[in-house]
Design a protein around this ligand. Structure first.
Ligand SMILES: Nc1ncnc2c1ncn2[C@@H]1O[C@H](COP(=O)(O)OP(=O)(O)O)[C@@H](O)[C@H]1O
Ligand SMILES: [Mg+2]
Length: 284
């Protein structure tokens, strides 16, 4: 008889999650409102890179806010590294492990100078000044903004601001960062910069959750979670998802541009990423 054990490598465990917003009725009473998530269960493995996609209003941002306890389940549960987000006494255990980066870079910068902005989070955590200095420099180097540390934040491009916002999250030394459509307001060059930082962070061991409406970004993740009207429609590898046109249509999504080109050119379906397709074309 062998010794039997299971190793828990899930960093986040979501079980039967329901989020119901409340609203105020005509008598001024708080009553049940919109159900934004219903019966969602999923696991996020430690060190993985997971994309979350779905049409507008499908519940992506609501789910993102559940990952660090900004929203608490109406029913069901969310556990982060074993800590239940509904438990008030350990909410800082959750918040310190999961950083958030949002869509609008202008709403996220709190200081006028780049390095002050990155220092803001660790300062609030009570980290000592020498350690803050190290963290700020390290975080700015990781996003390629170290040379601009003395700059005024208002002088930066959207992509640069977003990189500073990411540095702010990194400086908190989280295990996981949730990116809610971080590239939606950026130009293609800014988008590429942010994507390459996300991939670097993930390669460095940070669990990355990327909400996006760009399928060429989702295609680069280990796994894609698809939401539809507050429910989990499917949870697969990008290769599995993007070889299923019916599922893509059902979810109200589009194929990644590279896959469309592959199919229009009649290239082999075994090519499932933009890199594979580009390599194949270059070799012809
Ligand atoms: N604070 C809120 N109060 C009421 N309804 C909300 C609130 N936030 C989001 N919703 C609703 O919940 C649904 C999901 O929203 P959201 O998670 O923002 O979707 P997504 O990010 O996928 O576009 C939408 O119908 C939205 O209108
Ligand atoms: Mg959203």
């Amino acid at each position: 008889m062998g010794l039997c054990y299971t190793q828990n490598v899930n960093f986040i465990e979501v079980r039967d999650l329901k989020i119901e917003f409340t609203k105020i009725d005509e008598n001024g009473a708080e009553v049940p409102g919109k159900v934004a998530l219903n019966g969602v269960s999923l696991d996020i493995e430690k060190g993985s890179f997971v994309a979350v996609v779905g049409m507008n209003g499908s519940g992506k941002s609501t789910l993102a806010k559940c990952f660090n306890g900004l929203l608490i389940p109406t029913a069901g549960s969310v556990k982060v590294d074993g800590f239940d987000t509904a438990d008030d006494s350990t909410i800082w255990e959750v918040r310190s492990r999961v950083g958030m980066v949002f869509q609008n870079p202008d709403n996220q910068l709190v200081s006028s100078i780049v390095e002050d902005d990155v220092a803001f989070g660790p300062e609030n955590l009570g980290v000592d000044p020498a350690e803050i200095r190290r963290r700020v420099d390290d975080a700015l180097k990781r996003v390629g903004m170290y040379e601009k540390k003395d700059r005024g934040a208002h002088m930066l491009s959207g992509g640069q601001k977003q990189r500073v916002a990411i540095a702010g999250a990194i400086a908190m030394r989280p295990d996981c960062i949730v990116f809610d459509e971080p590239t939606a307001m950026l130009d293609p060059k800014g988008r590429e910069g942010v994507m390459s930082i996300i991939k670097d962070l993930n390669a460095g061991g940070i669990t990355c959750i990327l909400i996006t409406h760009f399928m060429n970004e989702a295609e680069q993740a280990d796994r894609v979670i698809v939401l539809k009207k507050g429910k989990l429609l499917c949870d697969r590898t990008p290769a599995e998802l993007f070889s299923d046109r019916e599922m893509i249509e059902r979810a109200g999504l589009e194929m990644p541009p590279a896959i469309d080109i592959r199919d229009k050119a009649g290239l082999p379906e075994s090519l499932t990423t933009a890199d594979e397709i580009a390599e194949y074309i270059a070799a012809v």
